[in-house]
Design a protein around this ligand. Structure first.
Ligand code: SAM
Ligand code: DTB
Ligand code: SF4
Length: 354
């Protein structure tokens, strides 16, 4: 890790790494979310600094490789065929189109490239083979490759692993109790089953959720508990703020206080200190100050580029200015996946902690 010496020559020694815990209770998580803000941020910073360089965030770029026309009914999603959201369905992109976008993302400073497809289940046959080629290509560009293709079979997970897939994104989105209010076309257990297959194939897990869908604090606690009691923890935990899209059932949801998002990020950081906590969808509606608080709370990744999958994201220049203003920078190398206790560590931290 680069020296944490400040301008006054004071050495900020990284705090000792706490052992990772997998037995968090709902009561403990509730107490964390209820902490006075200064205490919460102090605890999150302490956890963050033990495992990560607090001045760095990973830049990830998303590409929708297959857009719209999805048969599922996820109430937040602009790509569900049943909602009139103005998203035009688009067939699976070619390998070349995808790799061109990945190369551009890399040139812009991203170290992780995430390919999203609006499928309920990953398909079999030619389309799947094309995705496998994409994964190989993205890896050969020196990027981490992440896919989110819906539910996977064991064989599909193994094929993706062989191709070098770094991570598979499959979100639990919310608590088991609230899930049925948001999605009726699949069960929570089906999500967990796919996550189990991803893990068994040796691919790292990217799993998180969304706030702002009308869920209660108890539901946020339920989601955090599901995530933080997985063994091992998901290596990557995206925290999304609902992007309210006209035509979806959640278009008119009340906006969430950004400080609630900061609390969610900070709690995720404390519960899963070695994981990457990703400040994901919804940044366009956040002030610079709110994003800075999320970074202080332990978020260490953003999506870069003016588009997420189908909705907008801050322009790259705006993010560069934000990081500059904060004296922060993008990680310049991918994150290794072989840290202590099976958790991922940025290469820079690994070098320092052995
Ligand atoms: N079809 C696949 C699936 O559902 O797993 C992959 C694509 S899906 C768009 C990936 C994730 O994006 C969802 O699980 C959800 O967490 C997030 N997402 C989708 N629409 C969103 C929105 N409007 N606001 C915030 N997050 C959203
Ligand atoms: C995640 O948790 N958020 C990203 C990524 N994983 C695939 C997707 C956000 C999508 C936001 C809505 C859209 O742009 O369509
Ligand atoms: Fe389909 Fe995924 Fe959107 Fe749900 S979140 S409607 S599964 S694309």
């Amino acid at each position: 890790m680069e020296s944490l010496t400040d301008d006054f020559g004071c050495m900020a020694t990284p705090p000792q790494r706490p052992p990772l815990r997998y037995d968090w209770t709902a009561e403990e998580i509730a107490s964390l979310l209820d902490l006075p803000f200064p205490e919460l941020l102090y605890s999150a910073q302490t956890a963050h600094r033990a495992f990560h360089n607090p001045d760095e965030v990973q830049g990830c770029t998303l590409l929708s490789i297959k857009t719209g026309g999805c048969p599922e009914d996820c109430a937040y999603c602009p790509q569900a065929a049943r909602y009139k959201t103005g998203v035009d369905a688009q067939a699976l992109l070619s390998v070349d189109e995808t790799l061109d976008a990945a190369a551009t993302a890399r040139d812009n400073g991203a170290t992780r490239f995430c390919m999203g497809a609006a499928w309920r289940d990953a398909p079999e046959g030619d389309e799947f083979e094309r995705v496998v080629e994409m994964v190989r290509g993205v890896r050969s560009l020196g990027l981490e490759a992440c896919c989110t293709l819906g539910m996977l079979t064991r064989q599909q997970a193994e094929r993706l692993a062989e191709a070098g897939l770094t991570a598979y994104n499959h979100n639990l989105d919310t608590s088991p109790e609230f899930y049925g209010e948001i999605i009726t076309t699949r069960r929570y257990q089906e999500r967990l089953d796919t996550l189990g297959r991803v893990r068994a194939a040796g691919i790292t897990v990217c799993c998180g959720g969304i706030i702002g869908m009308g869920e209660s604090r108890t539901d946020r606690i339920g989601l955090l508990r599901e995530l933080s009691t997985q063994v091992p923890h998901p290596e990557s935990v995206p925290i999304n703020l609902l992007v309210r899209v006209e035509g979806t059932p959640l278009a008119a949801q009340r906006s969430v206080d950004p400080l609630e998002l900061v609390r969610m990020v900070a709690a995720a950081r404390i519960l899963m200190p070695a994981s990457m906590v990703r400040l994901s969808a919804g940044r366009l509606s956040l002030s610079d100050e709110a994003q800075a608080l999320c970074f202080l709370g332990g978020a260490n990744s953003i999506f870069m580029g003016d588009k997420l999958l189908t909705t907008s994201n801050p322009e790259m220049d705006r993010d560069r200015q934000l990081l500059d203003k904060l004296g922060m920078r993008l990680m310049n190398e991918p994150v290794t996946m072989t840290g202590s206790e099976g958790a991922p560590l940025p290469l820079s931290v690994k070098a320092d902690h052995g």
